[in-house]
Write a protein that binds this ligand. Structure first.
Ligand code: NAD
Ligand code: UDP
Length: 331
């Protein structure tokens, strides 16, 4: 298959390009490099020994997107391109709604115009809002607390309605839990701008000495040790999930949780990182971060049943691979 990967120079997109190429498909990347670098495309080629076509293009630019669809015979699109910082989305809601929703609509329109059937969308566990755990695909979605989350719920809705009206447009909505780690080569990984918001990149920067100590946001939640619990998933497992989703996509709308089904607390992750890498992570307990839920993780049963997909890496692999990338390749 020829797969268009939007946002393919970014964190999850670049790992997915590797997995798609290794599964024997062709990859065409379209990215405006707003939050990534063109060199990542070279790293993907280095890891796989395969070629990648790269278009520097904005997915909200209808003419540019149409040109890409005209110049390749595409079999599917995996749409990663978008903005993803929850806090920033509260400060700049219009940027988030515009970029995340318009890109989805422009790409769906191009698929219909050019007869491209398969559309895989990067959604998030955030669409479950304050539901019971574990999260199951059949749950009624709850309102999210920020514009970023709303763009994911709205994009899901838009794509679902388009698929209902167009039987030749097949949609897979992938709800990611907490992607962490890096490719085992250490050549690609997560490179957040400025001080990281997310736990794992913060921990790796503390390990490197770039940041002094981790601030643990709350230890009075009703969880195993009082700290927040999440379902961390290795980014290469997530990448493999996209390969099976696009390969097996059939008529209709298919929703899958991509998580491990295992919850890990902040302090459990710190301990796993210390053991896996033999490095001490200094931390202090501070107040809760506004908007954080105490605990959530996936029911990962549907992806296993229908796609024969399960996450293979454990929390130690995630910590080891995240650290290898930070240690060797980050400035
Ligand atoms: P990322 O920022 O590393 O990658 C996104 C890529 O999209 C970047 O390379 C950026 O330059 C590009 N981009 C943004 N807007 C664009 C546009 N209009 N046109 C072309 N390119 C554009 O982010 P990521 O962590 O790899 O996330 C990928 C997707 O997965 C996003 O849609 C994100 O919302 C979703 N997601 C991420 C997480 C996470 O924790 N990382 C969790 C759930 C869902
Ligand atoms: N967290 C923390 N310190 C940090 C960053 C995150 O204690 O510097 C906690 C956070 O409160 C949550 C968990 O780590 O319980 C995961 O947070 P992250 O931002 O990585 O993911 P999300 O909140 O989106 O699930």
């Amino acid at each position: 298959m020829n797969i268009l990967v939007t946002g393919g120079a970014g964190y999850i997109g670049s790992h997915t390009c590797v997995a798609i190429l290794q599964a024997g498909h062709m990859v065409i990347v379209a990215d405006n490099l707003f939050n990534s670098k063109a060199e990542t495309i070279d790293e993907i080629k280095k890891i796989t020994g395969k070629d990648v076509v790269f278009h520097k293009a904005d997915m909200t630019d209808e003419a540019a997107v149409d040109e890409i669809f005209r110049s390749h015979k595409l079999d599917g699109v995996i749409h990663f391109a978008g903005f993803k910082a929850v806090g920033e989305s509260v400060e700049k809601p219009l940027n988030y709604y515009y970029n995340n929703l318009v890109s989805t609509m422009v790409l769906a329109k191009a698929c219909l115009r050019h007869g491209v059937k398969r559309f895989v969308f990067s959604s998030s566990a955030t669409v479950y809002g304050d539901n019971a755990i574990p999260y199951v695909e059949t749950m009624k979605l709850q309102p999210t607390t920020n514009p970023y989350g709303e763009t994911k719920a709205m994009s899901e809705r838009i794509l679902t309605d388009i698929a209902k009206a167009n039987p030749d447009f097949f949609v897979s909505l992938l709800r990611y839990f907490n992607p962490v780690g890096a490719h085992e080569s250490g050549l690609i990984g997560e490179s957040p701008n400025g001080i990281p918001n997310n736990l794992m990149p913060y921990v790796t920067q503390v390990a490197k000495g770039k940041l002094k100590k981790l601030r643990v946001f709350g230890n009075d939640y009703p969880t195993v040790d009082g700290t927040g619990v999440r379902d961390y998933i290795h980014v290469m497992d997530l990448a493999e999930g996209h390969v099976v989703a696009v390969e097996n996509l059939t008529e209709g709308v298919h929703v899958y949780n991509l998580g491990t089904g295992q919850g890990t607390s902040v302090l459990q992750l710190v301990k796993a990182f210390e053991e896996a890498n033999n490095i001490e992570i200094p931390y202090e307990i501070v107040g809760r971060r506004p908007g954080d839920l105490p605990e959530y993780y996936a029911d990962a049963g549907k992806a296993k049943l229908e796609l024969d997909w399960t996450a293979k890496h454990d929390i130690f692999d995630m910590c080891r691979d995240a650290w290898r990338f930070e240690k060797n390749y980050q400035e």
